[in-house]
Design a protein around this ligand. Sequence first.
Ligand SMILES: Nc1ncnc2c1ncn2[C@@H]1O[C@H](COP(=O)(O)OP(=O)(O)O)[C@@H](O)[C@H]1O
Ligand SMILES: [Mg+2]
Length: 249
Amino acid sequence: MLSVRDLRAGYAGTTVLDGVEFTVPSGTVVALLGRNGVGKTTFVHTVMGMLKPYSGSIRVDGREFAGAPAHTVARGGVAIVPQGRRVFAPLTVEENLRIAVRASRRSRESRESRGPSASGGGSGPWTVERVYELMPRLAERRANRGDQLSGGEQQMLAIGRALLRNPRLLLLDEPSDGLAPAVVDLIAEVLEGLRGEGIAAVLVEQDLHLAFRLADEVAVMQKGRIVHRSSTADFRQDRDRAHSLLGVG
Ligand SMILES: Nc1ncnc2c1ncn2[C@@H]1O[C@H](COP(=O)(O)OP(=O)(O)O)[C@@H](O)[C@H]1O
Ligand SMILES: [Mg+2]
């Protein structure tokens, strides 16, 4: 689904990603772990086309996207739930979701106008009603503005907006960030509810419990490189390795 080779990227000439090798098989959730500042957000932004890489390859379903702008990557079937969950504060939940539907429809139309070879597609189609079924809390809050939502509700809205793009690859950047444990649990249930949809995901996480609960495989980043990759089960069993890589027990 996603195949990243020798990816180099950074800001204004500085090197943050220093030759990243990373793959996500179809339908698989891969947790991307690593201490603060190692380059996890830079990585998902580069995959999404929000940051242009210096060099390297980013293939989604075999198609090369390195250097392509975000709207092109989105058309290729990739969606992001950004760190800090940026929802449109002055708009209601419903309006936020409708905007995502319109954006998705626009990119589908332009995809279709370029013929079947350029098709991105997804496991959808997701509708606003389906998003409400997955997250009933959002239905209750549909008339509330973005800035009237709790952190957990904003995170659900950010997830809903990403799903409405009908992605085959979802990039989740620390969905638990800043949320109370009970709320993290709600988000975990939502993401577990997506199992069976066949959506592949990169799950950037600091919360190891959440990563272990959701991910099939684990990758660890240090200083802009992937230094470890294994099944989640193997990683869980090797506490010493987890400790040395992440500084946690
Ligand atoms: N917009 C930016 N401009 C300049 N440097 C940045 C920017 N964003 C992140 N960095 C730097 O890139 C490095 C990696 O940051 P980031 O990708 O956010 O790490 P992580 O998500 O793993 O915490 C850090 O040294 C950070 O200071
Ligand atoms: Mg980050």
